[in-house]
Design a protein. Sequence first.
Length: 502
Amino acid sequence: MSKISSLWPKLAVLATMTLGAVLRAIPLMHRDFWYDEAFTGVTVRQSWSQMFTIIVHDVHPPLYYILLKLWTLIATSSPLAIRSFSVILSVATIGLVYVALRQWCPKTPVPAIIGSLVMAINPFFVNYGQEARMYALLAFLLTLTAIVLTKAWTKPSTKLRVIFGLLLLSLMLTHYLGAVFALAFVIADFYHYYSSTRRLSLGKFLASAYALPVLGGLAWLPSFHAQVSGHGSLGWVPNSTFDHLPTTLHIFLFGAPVGVSGVPPALGYRFDWLSVASVSVVLVVLITALVVTLTLKKKWDHNLSLVAFLTGFPLIVTLALQLIHVQLFVERFLTGSGLFLVLFLIVGLSRLDNKLAILKATALVYVLFVLLIKPNTYQPHFSTLAAKIDQLAPHTEVLATDPFDFILLNFYLGEQTDLHLYNQSDVNQNIDGWALIYGQDQIFTLPTGPVIIAAHNPADFPGYKITGTVDDFTIHLPNGTQIRCNLDDKRRQAWQRTQAAA
C-alpha cells in the first residue's frame, strides 16, 4: 500500500501532462500561422547573423529565437516543428506546476495534482502553449524561477541563487515584460531577505543572484536602445483602464482566440445566457472573498504572498503605464500573471480549513465551465493559397498586396519564390520599419506579365491572367484554363465572422 500511495501522484501528474499534450497537439495543423508566427518562422530560417539583425530591428529580445533556431536544426522549420517547440515547453510547465505546488503544499499531493490538471485544460495556456511565439517559454521560465527562489528561501544556497540570477536574465531576454516579472521577483526577494533571520551575507546575497542579470542586461542594452528608438508605443494596443481587469481575469482562466490580429477578445460560451461579463464579475467577487478570508484567518505565508504579488504587480504596472501612453497591456504579454493567478487560487484554496473540500469543488466547477467554452473556428488560409500556387504556377511572380500578407506568403512559399510587395492601400508607404521587408522587395507599379496577386478583392485587379485572392480565389492560367480554389461556405463565413470581431 505504501508503494501505491507514493506512486499514484506521479501517475496522476503524468496523466495530466499527457492530457495537456493531447489538447495542445490536436489543433496544431487546424489553423494557419498568423503574422506573428510567420515572422517567427521566417526569422529562424535565416542564418545566425541575419537572424540577429532581424531581431535588433524588431521589438523582442533574442532568447526565444535562439532556442527555437537550435530546435529547428533538429526538427526542421515546418509549421508543425516550430509549434511543437512551444507544445513541449507548455507540457513541461504542467509538470513544473506540480513540482511547485508539492513544494508549497507538502502535506498532500492533491493541490499539486489539481493545479497540474487546471494548467493542462486551461484554454488560455492550451492556446498559447501551441503558438509559435515566446509565451510558452516565458511561462516555463517563470514557474522554474518561482520554484528556485522559494527553495533558496528555505535553504539559503549560493548555488541556488546563481541559478535564480540566471533565470532572471533569461526572463529579461525572453520578453520585455519578462523584465517586469523579474522586478517583481527582485522586490519579493529583498523583502524576504530583510524579514528573515536565516540568510546569506549581504555580499553573497547580491553577488550570487544579481551579477548575471546586471551584466547580461548591460550587454543587451545597446540592442534594446536600437529597438526602442526604432519603434514607438504599440499603437495597436487599446488604452485599457482598471475596469478591464475582470475581463483579463476571465481570459487568464478561460482563454482568448489565438491567431487574431491585435488584442483578442475573451472566448465566449456555448450558451447565450452565460456571458463573459457576468462570469468576470463573479470571478472578481470570489477572488476578493478568498483574499479577505485568507487575511482574516491569517493564512498568508511567503509562498502564497509571492504568487499573489507576481499575479498583481505586473498587471498594475502595465495598467499604470497606460496613463503615460505606454500601451503594453495585452493578456498574452502578461502570461505570467495568468500562471500565477492559477497558482494563487490553488495555494489559497488549499489553505482554507475544509480538508480541501472547497478546492476540489472549485476544480470540478472549473472543469465544467471549461467544457462550456465555445471553441474558436479557424480557416486554412495562406497555406491553401501557397499550395495551389506551388501546384499550378510554381515559377510565376507573386504579389502580396499588404505587408502582413507579404510576411505570411514569405513563410509559406519560401524565400525561393519570386515574391514582391505591392502595397495596395499606400503604394509609396515607407517600409523601413518592417524587419523582414527590404527595399528590393517592394514594387510601385504593377507588372504587365503573368503574375499571381494575393488580393482580398480580385475585382481591384482587372485584366490579370493569373489572380489569386486570400479568402476565395481563382487562378487563371496563361493557356486559358480557369481553376477555382474556394473553401466551403460554412468555414469561410466562420473565418469572416472572426475577422469582423477582431
